[in-house]
Design a protein around this ligand. Structure first.
Ligand SMILES: Cc1cc2nc3c(=O)[nH]c(=O)nc-3n(C[C@H](O)[C@H](O)[C@H](O)COP(=O)(O)OP(=O)(O)OC[C@H]3O[C@@H](n4cnc5c(N)ncnc54)[C@H](O)[C@@H]3O)c2cc1C
Ligand code: FES
Length: 255
């Protein structure tokens, strides 16, 4: 699979996962490790990073032009794929996964590969709990919704209080950054930050380590090369949960 030139692939199927998230299946299989990402060229719009939710699919939440165009695609449409890039999750033994919203996508292949013992899944409402059915077959699944329509009423991070975190060798996390920051705080309070693996979904331009647009303060590590998965001790005292940079490099603070 090319690093520099996208390979053109045909969309073979589109699956509605939630009212907003769509999974696009494409013609060729991509060998990858769960957590790795590809750069997806959306003809005439942009090229954006996407986690692989299986060797033949990406799962997309529409937030702007490129993701909205992807979500409107149909069987027979074409996209370009470069990659896979990045490091992915590295686990063995007992693994806990914590996911919010579209952050479930990179953790899905890890769970379906039998590598996740317990899965904490959060979303705003019950219909927005992505991949709930396959996750409940492959893991011990606990859910939380912001509106209380299913599972725990509140943040998915509250479910951490119900578990003995020390039994897990790895805690793999992906979701909104304030949520990931809260998980890191809980792990750090118990001295377990080194067991945490956090997948950062940052703004990217090149995807190959050249432009610096995805660098994290203060270490300067690039999400596209040294990540997207970082251990908790790599992220302590970093910008995680405080701000991200937009396409112009300007800081956007979390409230
Ligand atoms: C390694 C990695 C894996 C990803 N995996 C997935 C995935 O599996 N599914 C998925 O739907 N999305 C994923 N994303 C996020 C996705 O790349 C962005 O949503 C996409 O680039 C937005 O492009 P756009 O043109 O639709 O929106 P834009 O017009 O570029 O942005 C729309 C809004 O979203 C904000 N935004 C854009 N990109 C990001 C970002 N990365 N993080 C936070 N806010 C952002 C912008 O500031 C703006 O407010 C991933 C990102 C990375 C880095
Ligand atoms: S996106 Fe260019 S260095 Fe990471």
């Amino acid at each position: 699979m090319g690093d520099r030139m996208p390979l053109v692939m045909e969309i073979t199927d589109v699956v509605t996962e939630t009212p907003r998230i769509r999974t696009l299946f494409f013609s060729d299989s991509i060998p990858f490790s769960p957590g790795q990402f590809v750069m997806v060229w959306v003809p005439g719009v942009d090229e954006i990073p996407m986690a692989l939710s299986s060797p033949r699919s990406i799962s997309v939440l529409p937030v702007g032009d490129a993701t909205r165009t992807l979500c409107a695609m149909r069987e027979g449409d074409r996209i370009g794929i470069r990659g896979p890039f990045g490091n992915g999750f590295r686990v063995q033994g007992q693994t806990l996964a914590v996911a919010g919203g579209i952050g479930t996508a990179p953790l899905l292949p890890l769970a379906l590969g039998g590598k996740v013992t317990t899965f904490l899944l959060g979303a705003a409402t019950a219909p927005e709990l992505a991949f709930r059915a396959p996750l409940s077959c492959a893991t011990t699944l606990h859910v939380a919704t912001d509106d209380g329509s299913e599972g725990h009423h509140g943040m998915v991070t509250a479910l951490l209080d119900e578990l003995v975190l020390e039994v897990y060798d790895h805690i793999c996390v992906c979701g909104p950054e304030p949520m990931m920051h809260r998980v890191l705080q809980v792990l750090a309070e118990k001295g377990l930050e080194g067991r945490g693996q956090f997948s950062l979904h940052r703004y990217m331009k090149c995807g190959i380590g050249v432009c610096g647009s995805c660098s994290i303060d203060p270490s300067g590590q690039r999400v596209c090369r040294e990540g997207p998965v970082f251990t908790g001790d790599q992220l302590l005292d970093s910008e995680l949960g405080r701000y991200v940079r937009d396409g112009s490099g300007v800081r956007r603070r979390f409230d």
